[in-house]
Ligand binder design. Structure first.
Ligand code: PGA
Length: 250
């Protein structure tokens, strides 16, 4: 849709090694992506990826950020430190962190607010579990996750980052939402944003995540409210990630 360039982000999760990353970087540099891209490695590899992608148009993101400012918080990483390491993006509220690390909607919103205050561009992940979908609560759950952020931050700040709709039942399962299922939720997300700020809603990129592969990317990305993807498993193979980026550029 006019005004929103496609964006494809790689979420490597807890994968990689210096040697594997170097091979990925070589393949990526040899065949630059045709759309806007972001690579989100584990914290410890941020500097390797920043150096490896220097001179390319790719952005760098972290997978998490502390909701607190620097200080006595063992094991946490502050937003300013991510910027200082060369990241300009950060994923917040990934469902794996919501579920396994107990991040509530409010903690996620606090992370979002902190990231924006420091000058990072957050990718806010939202999405329902299978049980919630089966109970017909998908839109309600996603609206609650969005509203927690909108209570703290104006919608224009979501436009500076991105929203990623990631149905939990589709993540890493090989089971993708159909383009129609995804489009329905993406449109609902945009209309929720529009109820606060129509201009911001029109330019906010809403990405789809959940078992995106080269074979299904183009059909998903052709939906009017799907502005790219957040790619987990398939992003670990540079050729697959590049093929997904090529699908976004079509
Ligand atoms: P997946 O993960 O592509 O492996 O399903 C997506 C994500 O969790 O961001």
């Amino acid at each position: 849709m006019a005004g929103r360039n496609k964006l494809v982000a790689a979420n490597w999760k807890m994968n990689g090694s210096r040697a594997d990353n170097e091979r990925w970087l070589q393949a990526f540099r040899a065949a630059p992506a045709h759309c806007e891209t972001i690579v989100c490695p584990p914290y410890v590899y941020l500097q390797q990826i920043v150096q490896g992608l220097a001179g390319t148009a790719a952005g760098i993101g972290a997978q998490n950020v502390s909701e607190r400012t620097a200080g006595a918080w063992t094991g946490q990483v502050a937003a300013e430190m991510l910027l200082d390491s060369g990241a300009s993006w950060v994923i917040v509220g990934h469902s794996e962190r919501r579920a396994a690390c107990g991040e509530s909607d409010d903690v996620v919103a606090a992370k979002f607010e902190r990231a924006v205050a420091a000058g990072l561009r957050p990718i806010l992940c939202v999405g329902e579990t299978l049980a919630q979908r089966e109970q017909g609560r998908t839109q309600q759950v996603v609206a609650m996750q969005l509203d927690a952020v909108l209570r703290r931050c104006p919608a224009a700040q979501l436009a500076a980052g991105a929203v990623a709709y990631e149905p939990v039942w589709a993540i890493g399962t090989g089971r993708t939402a159909t383009p129609q299922q995804a489009q329905e939720v993406h449109a609902a997300i945009r209309s929720r944003l529009a109820s606060q700020d129509p201009a911001a809603a029109a330019v906010t990129r809403v990405l789809y995540g959940g078992s995106v592969k080269p074979a299904n990317a183009q059909e998903l990305f052709s939906q009017p409210d799907i502005d790219g993807g957040l790619i987990g498993g398939a992003s670990l193979v540079a050729a697959d990630f590049l093929a997904i980026c090529a699908a976004a550029a079509r």
